[in-house]
Design a binder for this molecule. Structure first.
Ligand code: DAK
Length: 262
């Protein structure tokens, strides 16, 4: 692994072959997401977006906690106007704009804003010890960074209602069974597995990867006919790329394709 280039205070970054790794590093506070963590996360992802070595990013925490939520101490005494003026959702919007795929490698507590962060990523690789929850109801609020929307789309209405209204957690196995996590692996290897997957994705043609991510995300925003139309246009557009010619010719010529990202 190559170490990070920028100096961050509450996250660590590195590049593992072609995977960019961001590790939230506030272990004493179970990686609670304060303003500094969120700002550094957004900055690091934007940095990796422009790093030519990197084809896919991984966000992780540690074995005990991916993140136990937004920092409750930071917002406990805030007024509504202060919350509005902080405009912390702007950082979440920056994360959503990243075009390279982002994998959440989740172990331990993945709660509140932590669960919303994992769901804002493109897919979740979970360790057997992962626990997913939106316990905001126990604080007198509701999820504020996408939980009511993304969890409902991931799990369906009934399960999302159960979790958000009662604050109950999902185990890693349940999260996999209900489609929230792509896969569950032993805790000792969850980060290695996520990095392996990230490197597999990074070895694929970058423009097709980018368009596939865009098209899948469109399924959450558009009607079926709009989504199908969007997919078709991206599909045709890929026939203008050198990688499409290379990929199909390599298949016909029974050799390995060499991607250029053009
Ligand atoms: N915030 C701040 N500190 C936290 C924290 C959190 N979310 N979670 C844990 N900690 C701190 C604890 O205060 C404790 O610190 P010290 O007392 O040692 O100083 C330390 O981490 C260890 O925690 P515990 O002693 O509580 O550890 P346990 O193993 O006993 O319990 C736990 C682990 C995860 C069950 C428990 O810590 C817990 O229930 N934590 C809170 C979970 C939670 O309610 N999460 C949801 C927070 S609300 C928005 C964006 C996002 C959000 C809202 C708006 N916009 C952009 C508008 C999100 C909101 C939320 O996430």
């Amino acid at each position: 692994m190559e170490d990070d280039v920028m100096d961050y205070t509450l996250i660590l970054t590195s590049v593992n072959e072609h995977a960019g790794l961001i590790q939230i590093n506030r272990p004493q506070q179970l990686n609670a997401l304060n303003a500094v963590v969120m700002e550094e996360l957004a900055m690091a992802l934007e940095e990796l977006e422009h790093d030519e070595r990197v084809g896919c990013c991984v966000i992780t925490g540690n074995q005990r906690a991916f993140a136990a939520g937004a920092d409750i101490k930071e917002m406990a005494e805030a007024t509504a106007v202060e919350m509005l003026q902080r405009d912390s959702i702007a950082r979440w919007d920056r994360i959503k704009k990243i075009k390279k795929p982002v994998i959440a490698a989740v172990s331990g507590f993945c709660l509140g804003g932590g669960c919303e962060l994992a769901m804002a990523c493109d897919l979740i690789v979970a360790s057997e010890s992962a626990q997913f929850g939106q316990p905001e109801i126990n604080l007198g609020v509701i999820p504020g960074a996408g939980g009511t929307q993304r969890l409902t789309r991931a799990l369906g209405k009934s399960k999302a209602m159960e979790m958000i209204l009662s604050g109950r957690y999902l185990t890693a196995r349940e999260a996999e069974q209900f489609g929230l996590a792509a896969r569950v692996v032993p805790v000792e290897v969850y980060l290695d597995e996520a990095l392996k997957l990230a490197n597999e994705i990074a070895a694929r043609p970058p423009l097709a990867v980018r368009f596939a991510k865009e098209a899948i995300n469109k399924a959450f925003e558009a009607s079926l006919s709009e989504g199908l139309e969007f997919e078709r246009r991206l599909f045709y557009f890929l026939f203008t790329t050198e990688d499409q010619k290379e990929g199909m010719r390599a298949f016909v010529e029974k050799r390995k394709a060499e991607w250029k990202g053009k």
